[in-house]
Design a protein around this ligand. Structure first.
Ligand code: HPA
Length: 276
């Protein structure tokens, strides 16, 4: 049986963070693999290690335990998470709801997600930045399984507008202003930690998946439950396993790092224009 979600535990986590940052941020940014250069641009930083936050998830890697970084970006208060949590690390999907519920209690209204993914669509290539328009989740897992907390949302909730159209339009316009175009596509969630078999990729393509990856939907589905708008952007870091041989993930971080400056300028522009 799943452990129950306990509202007061999320509240205690959020209150601990609020006590340190004092101001409620309306924008949160969760940074994917190799995509942390944005942090250099944040002013008046307050850093809070995940491991200090009561009831927060305990990192499975000691080399990078992860932290919240709060501060100002283009004059707006943002809170960033330097590391996300994945199902393949051993967390229950139920536990994976924690970060976004805590962000909700901090006052976050817009969540910007970035990730690295495999390019399934033949028109997508390593280095492309893609807007996620929707997702496919056939893994049989959901962060909102288990007891429903009314304080966050209803038991049953729609997910047809998870990836906010207004934010996607803003991202597209911001990219054009910066001189490039975004690809747009559907993200297919896999639990990992292995990369997909070529047959799985062919099935994913047939089903309508353009990108494949092991993150993001946990956060998006939780955000959808508690009424946070999501903008999700994916860096295609590699061709899917039917387009290259020996896909072992070695290029994922390198490619993400190379694209990071471009994604960083895009996020800065989006944040600058948000709500104006
Ligand atoms: N598959 C799954 N997850 C990924 C990939 C991939 O090809 N690339 C980066 N994350």
């Amino acid at each position: 049986m799943l452990k129950d979600k306990i509202f007061d535990n999320y509240k205690e986590s959020a209150d601990f963070i609020l006590d340190k940052i004092k101001i409620k941020p309306e924008i949160a940014i969760i940074l994917g693999t190799g995509l942390t250069t944005l942090l250099d641009e944040i002013e008046d930083k307050v850093e809070i290690s995940y491991s200090d936050v009561p009831n927060f998830l305990i990192s499975t890697t000691t080399d990078n335990p992860g932290k919240f970084i709060f501060g100002k970006l283009k004059g707006k208060y943002v809170i960033c998470m330097t590391k996300r949590f994945h199902y393949y690390e051993g967390y229950d999907f139920n536990e994976l709801a924690t970060p976004v519920y805590v962000l909700k209690l901090l006052g976050v209204k817009t969540l910007i997600l970035t990730n690295a993914s495999g390019a399934v669509n033949y028109n997508f290539h390593p280095g492309d930045i893609c807007l996620i328009t929707d997702h496919l989740n056939f893994a049989g897992v959901t962060p909102t399984r288990g007891n429903n907390l009314k304080e966050f949302g209803e038991r049953f909730y729609p997910i047809d507008k998870l990836y906010d159209k207004g934010l996607r339009d803003l991202a597209k316009k911001s990219a054009i202003d910066l001189g490039f175009e975004l690809k747009e596509g559907v993200y297919f969630f896999t639990v990992g930690p292995f990369f997909e078999s070529p047959s799985e990729i062919r099935a994913i393509r047939l089903l309508g998946g353009d990108l494949v990856g092991m993150s993001t939907i946990t956060e998006t589905l939780t955000a959808g439950h508690c009424g946070i708008k999501v903008l999700a952007m994916s860096v295609a870091t590699n061709y899917s396993s039917d387009r290259i041989e020996n896909m072992d993930g070695s290029e994922v971080e390198d490619v993400a790092r190379k694209v990071s400056p471009r994604l960083k300028s895009l996020i800065i522009k989006i944040v600058e224009e948000l709500g104006e």
